[in-house]
Design a protein. Structure first.
Length: 162
């Protein structure tokens, strides 16, 4: 880009968006974060010992997320024994709503939230623009896939979890 454009508001915005997107490229290490799990203990995305971890970003107030939760429950039940773990990261602000959604939707995997909604640090770390959103990482923390839904997620898991 022309130097004047680079210095403009939109030039700086484009540069920041490009830098943010490059943090979560497939093949890169997933950004590290710590979060409070549903019982109050601090956990990190690197402390999950599984062959693959699906980091699932969602919220109790998100209708699309609730539909996706049904699918993620099936994925979890089919693949847990094959080495898949799921870490649900909620963008909720209200702890009661978050915990009730976990119970209501029967989400039997590890959950965490900073209870800061879109102001959560993980939103910036993972450049989350909308939810539901997910990132699949291997046991070394390397990003294998991202934002997979439905059949695409199932196909990717079938390919890697033989």
């Amino acid at each position: 880009m022309d130097e004047n454009i680079q210095k403009s508001f939109f030039g700086k915005l484009l540069k920041k968006l490009n830098e943010d997107n490059s943090k979560i490229e497939i093949g890169n290490l997933a950004p590290y974060f710590e979060i409070k799990e549903s019982r109050g203990q601090t956990i990190s995305n690197y402390a999950i010992y599984a062959n693959y971890t699906l980091i699932q970003f969602w919220a109790s107030w998100c209708a699309s997320c609730q539909k996706e939760n049904i699918y993620w429950s099936k994925i979890n039940n089919q693949n847990m024994a094959k080495g898949l773990a799921i870490l649900g990261v909620s963008l909720d602000k209200n702890k009661k709503d978050w915990l009730e959604a976990i119970k209501k939707d029967k989400l039997n995997w590890l959950h965490g939230s900073q209870l800061q909604g879109w102001d959560s640090k993980v939103v910036d770390l993972y450049n989350i623009q909308s939810i539901p959103y997910n990132v699949l990482i291997d046991r070394f923390g390397k990003i294998v896939a991202k934002d997979l839904r439905g059949r695409a997620l199932n196909d990717e898991l079938n390919k890697i979890l033989k």
